[in-house]
Design a binder for this molecule. Structure first.
Ligand SMILES: [Zn+2]
Length: 159
């Protein structure tokens, strides 16, 4: 019986949805912005005469995992997804712009890695997927995906 309590599982990552891994929020009020890259935050624009409103990207990632009994698709928001990537969504987005296959490669890098994840029911009862509230890599040789990618693409750390 699962109930509404968070459950902790040991699982293997089978893949991630690399076509849609982040979303934009206003850097001032953190409201979600539409996908259109030129749109600014309406709320902040209404409330100030400055044009300083800008946006940040946050991770929102669907991954499929296999536990010992089930395969399921779960959703990772920014804090959990940073454990996989080892960088912010903005950093990864810019890296992926320079290296167009970076997101596909990231999915391959994650495949087969083992984690202990805490999964919780979304507060919004209509949400489809369990939400990953914490992630702990199980391998002692675990490296965040961005480090592996930088090495593969020959980009030195810090450049
Ligand atoms: Zn705003």
């Amino acid at each position: 019986m699962e109930g509404d309590k968070p459950t902790t599982v040991t699982c293997t990552v089978l893949g991630m949805d690399h076509t849609n891994f982040c979303y934009r929020v206003c850097s001032v009020c953190e409201r979600t912005l539409p996908d259109n890259p030129s749109s600014l935050c309406k709320f902040c624009n209404f409330n100030s005469n400055t044009t300083s409103s800008s946006s940040n990207r946050l991770f929102r990632l669907l991954i499929s995992i296999a536990t010992d009994t089930k395969v399921k698709v779960v959703i990772c928001f920014d804090r959990a997804a940073r454990v996989f990537f080892g960088c912010s969504a903005d950093d990864f987005f810019h890296f992926a712009k320079l290296h167009p296959f970076a997101a596909t490669t990231a999915s391959k890098v994650l495949q087969g890695q083992m984690f202990r994840m805490t999964l919780s029911k979304p507060k919004n009862g209509n949400a489809q997927h369990l939400r990953v509230s914490s992630v702990v890599p199980l391998s002692s040789s675990y490296r965040p995906t961005i480090e592996t990618l930088r090495e593969m693409y020959g980009v030195s750390i810090g450049s």
